[in-house]
Design a protein around this ligand. Structure first.
Ligand SMILES: *Cc1c(COP(=O)(O)O)cnc(C)c1O
Length: 373
């Protein structure tokens, strides 16, 4: 594999100053990706709006690099413990990883992975580009068995919205023995709760649209790799295909990242408390919470109709798709035709925000009270 990007005249940006092993994640979130401390330098990396650069330098053209992307990539790379590339969206990052799979290669994927990921794989399979094998990601033996002959093992943990958790280390060891790459979609856990590269995983994918940016106002994606060669190959794909982020989006995401630890801590504390209180509510047949993160999935005992009613009745909780913002939102996932048929009709995914937990509970409880029997 080539280490240089095929389109760019020079290799990709040099290894960032981070990670510094002594620093804790919250310190990295605040300090990484800032300009050098020279007199009168701004504290924050500015938004560089540039389609081209004066010739003779490292970057040359807007599609090959941007200092605002680099600042964000340094920070997110340091948090995950690898080298980061940012993309126009989470799905652009997913597409770039799937592009690594050779003709007719086999991809192992959780049956409850994010619908967009499943749809991309379905599309590629329908066009004869690759083959997929769907697995129950909680059945480690079945996933390990499926690794045989695979080119890529896709993991998402916890899954969206079933909240299943994979045994990342065991599956990664088996996948590597079979000669497959392993990727983890780390969107739900964020690098504060789970750092897959430390378990030997080759690639981490993010929808930065969710927790990393964190304010429901920007769409972005990222890939983090441990290996410089893989980084170079993916950079080459980004250079060629052009699924690049906007500089303003990169700036917003880096600004969001500065408070990631505070937002994740608060969302998780709220989610834990709500999961405990929800477990007692008679309108629900099931409460799923994996024990970490800010997403709780609930199943309405009265199914689809009750779930739709709940979505209309809340006043604080916003009925909307997506997740990971400061504001709490909820959604019945099966309202999307693409959602897996094995997800219960009455499942509502709660994206718990950082508001006061009692206010969130009061709103949710009174809406749920109207959904009993
Ligand atoms: C939203 C999401 C994606 C896709 O990201 P976009 O930014 O919407 O393209 C991928 N994976 C997971 C787990 C997601 O929740």
């Amino acid at each position: 594999m080539a280490t240089d990007s095929p389109a760019s005249p020079t290799p990709s940006s040099p290894t960032p100053a981070f990670p510094t092993p002594a620093l804790k994640p919250s310190t990295i979130a605040v300090t990484a990706g800032r300009p050098a401390r020279t007199p009168d330098a701004p504290l924050n990396t500015p938004i560089t709006m540039a389609a081209t650069y004066v010739a003779g330098g490292e970057v040359e053209y807007g599609r090959y690099g941007n200092p605002t992307w680099t600042a964000l990539e340094d920070a997110l790379g340091a948090l995950e413990g690898g080298r980061c590339l940012t993309f126009a969206s989470g799905l652009a990052a997913v597409a770039t990883v799937l592009d690594l799979v050779g003709a007719d290669g086999k991809v192992v994927v959780p049956r409850h992975a994010y619908t967009g990921t499943i749809m991309q794989l379905g599309d590629l399979e329908a066009r004869g580009r690759l083959r997929t094998e769907l697995v129950d990601v909680t059945d480690t033996d079945a996933v390990v068995a499926a690794c045989d002959g695979a080119a890529l093992v896709w993991l998402e943990s916890p899954t969206n919205p079933a909240l299943e958790v994979a045994d990342i280390a065991t599956i990664t060891a088996a996948a590597h023995e079979a000669g497959a790459y392993v990727v983890v979609d780390n969107t739900f856990a964020t690098p504060l709760l789970q750092r897959p590269l430390e378990h030997g995983v080759d690639l981490v994918v993010h929808s930065a649209t969710k927790y990393l940016a964190g304010h429901s106002d920007v769409q972005m994606g990222a890939i983090v790799t441990r290996d410089d060669e893989l980084h170079g190959v993916l950079k080459g794909r980004r250079d060629l295909v052009g699924a690049i982020p906007g500089p303003f989006e990169a700036w917003l995401t880096l600004r969001g990242l500065r408070t990631l630890h505070l937002r994740v801590e608060r969302a998780q504390a709220n989610a834990e408390e709500l999961a405990r209180r929800l477990a007692e509510h008679p309108a629900l047949s099931e409460v799923r919470y994996p024990g970490f993160g800010g997403i709780v999935s609930i199943v309405l005992a009265q199914g689809e109709v009750a779930a739709d009613l709940l979505s209309r009745k809340t006043r604080l909780w916003i009925h909307a798709t997506s997740l990971g913002g400061v504001e709490s939102s909820l959604e019945r996932r099966r309202r999307w035709k693409a959602e897996a048929a094995t997800i219960p009709d009455g499942l509502v995914r709660l994206s718990v925000g950082i508001e006061d937990v009692d206010d969130l509970w009061d709103d949710l409880r009174s809406a749920l009270d109207g959904c009993v029997g």
